[in-house]
Design a binder for this molecule. Structure first.
Ligand code: UT7
Length: 341
C-alpha cells in the first residue's frame, strides 16, 4: 500500500489579528442588599470583630430578585461597552467566568450575548474560579491578537451565596455576590502584558463543591452541594505562592513595581493583600485595591469590580499600569499587567 500524499501542506490560510490588544472599557454591578457582619453572626457563631480582624470585611452584597447571574452580567457589561464606545454589534466574542451559573449546559455566555443584543458571537463560559476573570482577559487578548476576535466582552460574575452555606464558619462570612466586566479590543500599542498562569490539581479538594451532582442525585440524604474551603491551607498558598507569580508577571511585562500605578489582587482577604504588598515591596503611593472591605470575596467578579471602583473613584488613573492577579479553587491562578482603560 502506498502512503497517500498530504494535500494541505502550505495551502491553509492562517488567521492574523491585531498587533496588540487592550482593555477598552470596565463596568461593575454590586447587588442592592448590603449585609453587615452582625447579620452574619445571626447565621453562625462569629462576631463583627473577628470577621473584620481576620478578613477586613465590614459589609458585603448578596443578590436577590432581579439579580440573577444573567441579569448582573448585563448590568456590568453595559457600562463596560459604554466606556469602550462600542455597541452590541461590535462585539464578536463573549467569555463569562463563573462558578455559580447552575446549569450544566448551555453556557450562560450565550444568553448574556443574546440579551445584550450581541448576535452570532462566539460565547462560552470558563471555570477557573477566582482566577476566571484574569484567564478571560488572557484568552480574549490572545484571540484578538490571533485574529479570531475583534472586540471581546469578558465578564466575571458570581451568585456565590446560592452555592455557599450561610451557616458554614469556613465560607459563609467571606463570600459574596456581584459582577464585573471588561471589553477587550484591538490596539496599536501593547495593553495586556504576558499572562503568568497555572494550576495544581493535587490541591483540588482545598476549595471545592462538597459532592458531585451525581452523588447528590443518587443519594437523597445528601444536602444541596455547597462549597467547602480549607481556609488556612488556601491562605498559606496565596500568601507564599502568589507573590512570585506577581513578580513573574511584572518581569514578563518588562517593568518593575516602581512602574506600576495600581495593584489589583483578587479580593480574597485583606490580610492576603497586605502580605503581598510586603512581599512585593510595593512602593508607597501605588494604589492598592481594597474593595473587599465592603464587597466581600466575589470570586471571578472581584478583580473587575475592584478595577471599576478604582477608576470611578479616581484612585487609579485612566491609562495607568495595573498588575492584576486572580487565584483560587483549582488551585488556579493568573496574573498580568494591563493598561487601564
Ligand atoms: O477566594 C478564593 C481564595 N480564598 C482565599 O484566599 C481564602 C484564604 N483563607 C482565609 O482568608 C482565612 O483562612 C479565613 C478568613 C477563611 C479564616 O481565617 P483564619 O485566620 O485562617 O482562621 P482559622 O481557620 O485559622 O481559625 C482561627 C480561629 C480558630 O479558633 P482557635 O482555634 O484559635 O480558638 C477558629 O475556631 O478562629 C476561629 N474561627 C472563627 N471564629 C469566628 C474560625 N472560623 C471562624 C468564624 N468566626 N467564622
Amino acid at each position: 500500500m502506498t502512503t497517500p500524499t498530504p494535500k494541505g501542506t502550505g495551502i491553509l490560510t492562517a488567521a492574523t489579528g491585531s498587533a496588540h490588544a487592550r482593555i477598552s472599557g470596565i463596568g461593575g454591578y454590586r447587588p442592592r442588599r448590603i449585609v453587615d457582619n452582625h447579620e452574619i453572626a445571626t447565621y453562625m457563631d462569629t462576631s463583627d470583630e473577628w470577621i473584620r480582624e481576620r478578613t477586613g470585611i465590614v459589609t458585603r452584597h448578596w443578590a436577590g430578585e432581579g439579580e440573577s447571574v444573567l441579569e448582573m452580567s448585563q448590568y456590568a457589561a453595559r457600562p463596560a461597552m459604554g466606556m469602550a464606545g462600542l455597541s452590541p454589534e461590535d462585539i464578536d466574542l463573549v467569555i463569562v467566568a463563573t462558578v455559580s451559573h447552575l446549569y450544566q449546559t448551555p453556557a450562560i455566555a450565550t444568553l448574556v450575548a443574546t440579551e445584550l443584543g450581541i448576535t452570532d458571537a462566539a460565547a462560552f463560559d470558563i471555570s477557573a474560579a477566582c482566577a476566571g476573570y484574569c484567564h478571560g482577559i488572557a484568552m480574549a487578548g490572545d484571540m484578538i491578537r490571533g485574529g479570531s476576535a475583534t472586540n471581546a466582552l469578558v465578564i466575571g460574575v458570581e451568585r456565590l451565596m446560592d452555592v455557599v452555606d450561610k451557616t458554614d464558619r469556613s465560607t459563609g462570612f467571606i463570600f459574596a455576590d456581584g459582577a464585573g466586566a471588561a471589553v477587550v479590543s484591538q490596539s496599536d500599542t501593547p495593553g495586556i502584558g504576558p499572562t503568568i498562569w497555572g494550576s495544581d490539581g493535587a490541591q483540588w479538594d482545598v476549595i471545592s463543591q462538597r459532592n458531585s451532582w451525581l452523588e447528590v442525585a443518587e443519594d437523597d440524604s445528601l444536602p444541596f452541594p455547597t462549597i467547602g474551603m480549607a481556609g488556612q491551607t488556601v491562605f498559606r498558598w496565596a500568601v507564599w505562592g502568589m507573590a512570585p507569580v506577581a513578580r513573574r508577571a511584572l518581569e514578563a511585562a518588562g517593568i518593575t513595581v516602581d512602574d506600576l500605578d495600581a495593584f489589583i489582587p483578587h479580593q480574597a482577604n485583606m490580610r492576603i493583600v497586605d502580605a503581598m504588598i510586603k512581599q512585593l515591596r510595593l512602593p508607597e503611593g501605588i494604589s492598592v485595591a481594597r474593595d473587599i472591605a465592603d464587597t466581600g470575596n466575589t470570586s471571578a467578579a472581584s478583580v473587575p469590580l475592584a478595577t471599576e471602583r478604582m477608576l470611578r473613584e479616581g484612585t487609579a488613573p485612566r491609562g495607568g499600569l495595573a498588575l492584576q492577579l486572580g487565584f483560587g479553587a483549582g488551585l488556579s491562578y493568573a496574573a498580568q499587567v494591563v493598561v487601564l482603560p
